[in-house]
Design a binder for this molecule. Structure first.
Ligand code: NAG
Ligand code: NAG
Ligand code: NAG
Ligand code: NAG
Ligand code: NAG
Ligand code: NAG
Length: 201
């Protein structure tokens, strides 16, 4: 009888665990590291989030708030926040995001990330935003205009903006030429190379 009880207990525990997993989707940490340079010396500040952001509490993050204010309601942690200064120009960032289920580098990640040149997730015609939504083991990118805010949206709520091809570094959300197949990429690459040749002739 006790073993039957423990099986029941185990079964209900599994159900609870499953329900929890469904309400609290988890993935490997999303890590964003922002680097500012002063006399060629880089300073890194870092943001890590294991859960997906809770949409009701906002999906836009100002660097000033994330690194300058330790009290917040989103499930993330920071590193080196004491090194943050609103005067610094964060022009390089490092992006790492991997799925827990469906782990595949270069394929759809669980969250859609955007990097913005102004606070409150704003951009202009001259200073675009950049979208990243592919799984990556970690890559560094430059954003010369500097980063003032970023947004993180659960893929579930992202309106399929990147449908068909997740973003590697999509300026204003435009993916670079139709590189959905190797052939397409190769043709685009050759065309670009030839154009380069003609331009220099
Ligand atoms: C992953 O993020 C969580 C917070 O969401 C944090 O507690 C944990 O330390 C992070 N792990 C790593 C390896 O960054
Ligand atoms: C820090 O964040 C908390 C919670 O979001 C907010 O109430 C408070 O006003 C913030 N403080 C500053 C200095 O921005
Ligand atoms: C800052 O991060 C980059 C990669 O994200 C790394 O190459 C570099 O060594 C880091 N610098 C410091 C000072 O930690
Ligand atoms: C990664 O996880 C997200 C959220 O569960 C899912 O939508 C996406 O399809 C997964 N990626 C792959 C390649 O399975
Ligand atoms: C970001 O900063 C701007 C300017 O200080 C402020 O108006 C806005 O409420 C902040 N956004 C978030 C999501 O905290
Ligand atoms: C950051 O630096 C770049 C180039 O060094 C410059 O164009 C940009 O205006 C700077 N941004 C800020 C906010 O200082």
């Amino acid at each position: 009888m006790s073993s039957r009880h423990s099986i029941l207990a185990l079964a209900s525990l599994l159900l609870v665990a499953q329900a929890y997993a469904q309400t609290q989707p988890r993935d490997h940490n999303l890590t964003l590291t922002f680097t500012s340079f002063h006399q060629n010396v880089g300073t890194n500040i870092s943001f890590s989030m294991r859960d997906r952001p809770i949409p009701s509490t906002g999906t836009c993050f100002n660097l000033t708030d994330v690194f300058g204010n330790s009290s917040h309601s989103q499930p993330y942690v920071t590193q080196n926040a004491e090194q943050f200064s609103p005067q610094n120009n964060y022009t390089t960032f490092f992006y790492k995001q991997l799925n827990e289920t469906g782990l595949a580098v270069g394929k759809d990640a669980a969250r859609v990330v955007k990097m913005w040149p102004y606070e409150n997730c704003r951009s202009t015609d001259f200073s675009p935003w950049y979208g990243l939504s592919c799984q990556s083991e970690g890559s560094a990118y430059n954003m010369p205009a500097g980063i003032k805010s970023f947004s993180v949206v659960d893929r579930w709520y992202s309106n399929n903006e990147d449908e068909g091809h997740c973003w590697t570094l999509a300026e204003d959300g435009h993916s670079s030429a139709a590189c959905t197949s190797f052939q397409g990429c190769f043709v685009a690459m050759m065309a670009a190379a030839l154009a380069g040749v003609f331009l220099t002739m």
